[in-house]
Design a protein around this ligand. Structure first.
Ligand code: UD1
Length: 359
């Protein structure tokens, strides 16, 4: 049986790898879990391990925060050493598009270990996004590209990656969502917060392009405050954003929103699953909204997940209040975008990942 090393580093990695670990275990694979430590706050990491039933990592690299170069470099140094100490794996699996993903992929291929990229082939075509650079580089390093949708396969073909290296497996993050939905609903978070199902919005905001520029952040908060005049807007705040909100003179506008601490996986899913509207600049939440059938407004100029627009409930609205407000009104009046769950977002993607690794 193959030995597989999974490398995770950030919040959005955890829900992608959890079902894959389970599917590989069911087939009797030997496995090791490495946590780079890019996300280290208990609310950004530990809660997710608990909620998703992830085992304790076998190796913790403890790289922490820093500039992109510092983080990527620390991750490479520490992972190279860790890989040298582990029994030689048949595969290193790296999920998503964060700095830990690229760092681990580069170390593994240079050590002559095959790399499988989970969630391969997504493109925003926006090279100002650090994640876009991580996606492109990781895809061109990897030996096996595990894609969630046909658009990803097309992107890889256009970049000259042979079809033999690509396996369309579907969306592993949706495996986690579907498996967790009953437990999440049982948490009753909307009820606990005094919210009426369908009559509140959920907001997340953490992209550097949105929160690091004061003018953009101010414009966004002005539009969001207008939405908050109609329905409560619940805003679990990412640590990066928390810093920005207190740093700058945007506090009065933010006061219109219900700021809460980052939530665990089940609590957050409990909240989003009954929302009337989701507003976000996250990648994963665009997909989760589509899977849940909740209208989503993406507060960015582009998306690397166009299938959520073509087939799902997502509308890419950017940061202009003139676009955000009419779309928000439509969703809150029950005229929001409807969609369906894309093909292979069926809760069984991780089983197809395990089968592809074995092949
Ligand atoms: C990272 C990913 C992004 C992903 C996001 C999900 C990259 C390039 N970016 O962005 O794609 O959408 O995770 O959350 O890898 N911080 C803490 N505690 C933590 C982690 C971070 O306080 O546990 C603070 C630090 O001040 C840090 C800042 O947040 O400098 C940003 O963290 P970082 O990991 O650099 O990027 P994210 O914005 O979280």
């Amino acid at each position: 049986m193959p030995l597989v090393v999974h490398v995770v580093g950030t919040r959005p990695n955890f829900m992608k790898v959890a079902p894959v670990l389970r599917a590989c275990a069911a087939r009797g694979f030997e496995q090791r879990l490495v946590h780079t430590g890019q996300h280290y706050d208990p609310l950004m990491s530990d809660v997710f391990f608990r909620d998703l039933g992830l085992p304790e990592p076998d190796v913790h690299l403890g790289v922490g925060s820093g500039t992109h170069a510092a983080m990527t470099a620390r991750c490479m140094l520490a992972f190279e050493e860790a890989l040298g100490r582990l029994p030689r794996p048949d595969w290193v699996v790296v999920p998503g598009d964060v700095n830990s993903t690229l760092a681990a992929a580069l170390v593994a291929v240079k050590a002559g270990v095959r790399v499988a990229h989970l969630e391969a082939g997504l493109r925003s075509f926006d090279r100002t996004m650090p994640e876009e650079l991580n996606r492109v580089a990781t895809d061109h390093l990897a030996d096996l590209l595990l894609t969630p949708s046909a658009d990803a396969d097309e992107n890889l073909a256009r970049e000259g990656i042979p079809a033999a290296r690509v396996a369309r497996v579907g969306n592993v993050m949706i495996d986690s969502l579907l498996a967790s939905l009953p437990a999440a609903r049982a948490r009753g978070v909307p009820e606990r917060l005094g919210l009426t199902p369908g009559r509140y919005a959920v907001l997340t905001l953490h992209r550097p392009s949105n929160v690091d520029d004061p003018a953009t952040l101010d414009r966004l908060l002005a539009a969001l405050a207008r939405i908050a005049e109609r329905v409560p807007v619940i805003f679990p705040v990412h640590p990066r954003t928390r810093g920005r909100l207190s740093e700058r003179a945007v506090a009065p506008r933010a006061a219109a929103l219900r700021l809460v601490e980052p939530m665990g996986y089940l609590e957050f899913l409990s909240l989003t699953s009954r929302a009337g509207l989701i507003l976000t600049d996250s990648g994963g939440l665009q997909e989760e909204s589509t899977a849940l059938g909740v209208p989503c407004l993406t507060l960015r100029e582009n998306t690397e997940r166009p299938i959520t627009v073509a087939e799902g409930t997502n509308v890419v609205v950017g940061t202009d209040p003139e676009r955000i407000l009419p779309e928000a009104a439509a969703a809150l009046e029950g005229r929001g975008k409807r969609g369906r769950r894309p093909e292979l977002w069926d809760g069984h993607a991780a089983e197809r990942v395990a089968a592809a690794l074995l092949r």
